[in-house]
Design a protein around this ligand. Structure first.
Ligand SMILES: C[C@@](CO)(OP(=O)(O)O)[C@H](O)COP(=O)(O)OP(=O)(O)OC[C@H]1O[C@@H](n2ccc(N)nc2=O)[C@H](O)[C@@H]1O
Ligand SMILES: Nc1ncnc2c1ncn2[C@@H]1O[C@H](COP(=O)(O)OP(=O)(O)O)[C@@H](O)[C@H]1O
Length: 284
C-alpha cells in the first residue's frame, strides 16, 4: 500500500457537557456525550521512503504547528519507523468551533499512518499517544458515540439512535482557556451517570461552558436565539463558538445551509454517525 486517499476526519457534537471539578494540574474534569457527525475534513496520505513528513493544504492554510504534522511526528518518533508521508488536507470544518476539527484530523492521521506504515498498533496504544496531542483526540480514535469522563480520556461507548442537527458557526471564537478561567463557569454538583443519560436519550443536557462563552462572545447567544426561534432548541458544542439544534427528519436536508445568516456565519445540516467511519481500521 503506497497511499490512502479521501480519508474522513469527522466533527463531533457534545450533546451535553458537565464540569465536575478541577484537577491539581488545573484541567477541569468533565462528563459529556460526544457524537460524531457527517461533517468531515478530508485527508490524503502518500507514503515517502525518505522519512520526511510534509503537509499540503488543499483549502485554507493551516497553522504551522498543525495537529496532523504533530501527530505524524509523534507516531514516527514513538514507533521508530523510517517511513515518511505527504499529508494533503482539504479543510472544511471551521476551526475553534467546539467541533473538534483539529483533534479529529490528528486522530485520523494516527489511524491512517498506523495502516500505511504497517505498525499494527492497537487502539489503546494510539489513544495513549493521542491523549498527549489534545483532550479530544482519544474520542476520535474510538469507535463512535461515547460517554466521556476525565478530561476526555475515559471513554464508554454508547449506542444512540441516528439524529439530525443544524449547526451554526459565527465567525468569532472563544479561547477555551478563557472559558475555563471565567467567573461565569458553571460547575455541576450532581454528576450524571450513563444510565441516566441513556434513559433520556435525545434530550439535551446543559453545556456548563455556555454561560461563560456567551459572556465572552455575544455571537454565541445570537446563534442560540436564532436556532431556538427556528427549531425550538439549541445548545453550544464543546467550548464553542458553534451552536447546534436537533432537527426533524423532514427539515433542512443533510449538507444544506441556512439562509439569511449574517456575513461570515457558516451553517450545515448534519446527521449523527452511529460509528466512526474508520472504526475498523484499528485493531482493538
Ligand atoms: C472542553 C472541550 C470539550 O470537548 O472543548 P472543545 O475543544 O471540544 O471545544 C475539550 O475537551 C477541550 O480540550 P482541548 O481542546 O484539548 O483543550 P485546550 O484547548 O488544550 O485547553 C486550553 C486550556 O483550557 C483549560 N482546560 C481545557 C480542558 C479542560 N478539560 N479543562 C481545562 O481547564 C486549560 O487551561 C487548558 O490549558
Ligand atoms: N488540522 C487542524 N485543524 C484545525 N485546527 C487546528 C489544526 N491543527 C492545529 N489546529 C489548532 O487547533 C485549534 C482548534 O482545534 P480544534 O480541535 O479544531 O478545536 P475545536 O474543537 O474548538 O474546533 C486552533 O487553535 C487551531 O489553530
Amino acid at each position: 500500500m503506497k497511499a490512502l486517499y479521501d480519508v474522513p476526519a469527522p466533527a463531533k457534537l457534545n450533546l451535553f457537557l458537565h464540569v465536575l471539578g478541577r484537577r491539581d494540574d488545573g484541567y477541569h474534569l468533565l462528563q459529556s456525550v460526544f457524537v460524531p457527525i457527517d461533517w468531515c475534513d478530508t485527508l490524503h496520505f502518500e507514503l515517502r521512503d525518505d522519512g520526511a513528513l510534509a503537509r499540503h493544504d488543499l483549502g485554507e492554510p493551516l497553522p504551522a504547528d498543525d495537529l496532523c504534522l504533530r501527530a505524524a511526528h509523534a507516531l514516527q518518533h514513538a514507533s521508530g519507523t523510517c517511513w515518511g508521508v505527504d499529508i494533503s488536507i482539504l479543510k472544511t470544518l471551521p476551526s475553534g468551533a467546539g467541533l473538534g476539527g483539529g483533534s479529529s484530523d490528528a486522530a485520523t492521521t494516527l489511524m491512517a499512518l498506523n495502516r500505511l506504515w504497517r505498525l499494527g498498533w492497537t487502539r489503546a496504544r494510539l489513544i495513549e499517544l493521542g491523549a498527549r496531542l489534545g483532550a479530544d483526540v482519544p474520542f476520535f480514535l474510538g469507535t463512535g458515540p461515547a460517554w466521556v469522563e476525565g478530561i476526555g480520556e475515559r471513554l464508554t461507548p454508547v449506542s444512540l439512535p441516528s439524529a439530525r442537527y443544524m449547526v451554526v458557526k459565527p465567525p468569532a471564537h472563544v479561547l477555551t482557556k478563557d472559558i475555563f478561567s471565567s467567573p461565569h463557569l458553571v460547575r455541576d454538583t450532581k454528576p450524571a451517570i450513563v444510565t441516566d443519560f441513556l434513559a433520556d436519550t435525545g434530550r439535551f443536557g446543559k453545556n456548563d461552558l455556555q454561560n461563560a462563552a456567551q459572556a465572552l462572545c455575544s455571537e454565541v447567544g445570537q446563534a442560540s436565539r436564532l436556532l431556538e426561534q427556528r427549531y425550538g432548541n439549541s445548545r453550544m458544542t464543546g467550548s464553542g463558538s458553534a451552536v447546534f439544534a436537533r432537527i426533524g427528519a423532514d427539515e433542512a436536508p443533510d449538507g444544506s445551509e441556512l439562509t439569511q445568516l449574517p456575513a461570515g456565519w457558516r451553517s450545515r445540516g448534519c446527521r449523527s454517525l452511529e460509528q466512526h467511519p474508520l472504526r475498523d481500521w484499528t485493531p482493538d
